[in-house]
Design a protein around this ligand. Sequence first.
Ligand SMILES: NC(=O)c1ccc[n+]([C@@H]2O[C@H](COP(=O)([O-])OP(=O)(O)OC[C@H]3O[C@@H](n4cnc5c(N)ncnc54)[C@H](OP(=O)(O)O)[C@@H]3O)[C@@H](O)[C@H]2O)c1
Length: 325
Amino acid sequence: MKIVVIGGSGLIGKKVVTNLRQHGHEVVPASPSSGVNTVTGEGLAQSLAGAQVVVDVANAPSWEDNAVLAFFETSGRNLLAAEVAAGVGHHVALSVVGTDRLLASGYFRAKMAQENLIKASPIPYTIVRATQFFEFVGGIAQAATEGQTVRLPPVLMQPIMSDDVAAVVAEAALAEPLNGTVELAGPEPIRQDELVRQFLKATGDARTVIADPKALYYGIAVNDQSLTPGDHPRLTPTRFADWLSRNAFVALIFSTMLLSSGCQKKTSATDPTFQSTPGSTKPLEAADLVGYDGKRLRKSVDHIKEANEKHNQDIEKMAGSGPDQ
Ligand SMILES: NC(=O)c1ccc[n+]([C@@H]2O[C@H](COP(=O)([O-])OP(=O)(O)OC[C@H]3O[C@@H](n4cnc5c(N)ncnc54)[C@H](OP(=O)(O)O)[C@@H]3O)[C@@H](O)[C@H]2O)c1
């Protein structure tokens, strides 16, 4: 079966592509870096030709209110129209648990618009709504940091590992369309301040977390129901503590890079690396930091991991070519 993964170069997209290929399917990762752009329409019709299923795990490059809404509306319209033209039989999309309860946020208004377009289209669909990824916790901390203090609302969350999300998205792509929404959450509820405290501790980060019931989550008020799933979510197996212990080294580099790069609200305004839109001189917003954390920083971490592996290989080679003992 031919399956197109829109956003196939992203955090979730790469894992979905690998997973579906392991099941023996013809999988096409489609995104601007491979010449397919759902906003401009470039390459879209060609990539969808002959596809039975489309998985949409793209994300907007800017999370500024108007930009993110324009992205998900335009991308959704173009993609669904191209799917109708190509005769696609199943559209699978990844959204966020609580989207309908978080509409004070521009990002969630945009995700709601994406979901509504899918429901209104004639293509059979499955929407998978997931809670916040473990990889996202560093971004939550960064967005709430002032000086050495991280002020967070102590609301319940139920975060999830990205590999577990990707596995369920891939499974949905291979199943019959639900014409409905499934909720996906990690195995354990945890309060936001405690989640971030554990992350900072594991990464050797000296910032202090303060639980403040009046603190906002990316600019909006939240409560125990905002970010947690409803009555019958599908629960995934990986615990945050296990992920943290496996990834502590990478997470340490993440946080060191964020701090040493001056990726702070007060210093970032004139640095193009941290502008939300290329060429913009707008000061960095909290949401932009998360976009950075979610994409560009990950690329840097991949680079560090590669360099590390190469370093270890070099050491092994040197040990192997050394004088016999
Ligand atoms: N972060 C969370 O905790 C969370 C929780 C639940 C659900 N979600 C949802 O999960 C989804 C995937 O997130 P992610 O973190 O995996 O994203 P990501 O790593 O930031 O990747 C974004 C992807 O979107 C692609 N993209 C950007 N502009 C595009 C365009 N014009 N046309 C086609 N593709 C485009 C990018 O392609 P290039 O690499 O080529 O630029 C990249 O492949 C999002 O929809 C998000 O709402 C996130």
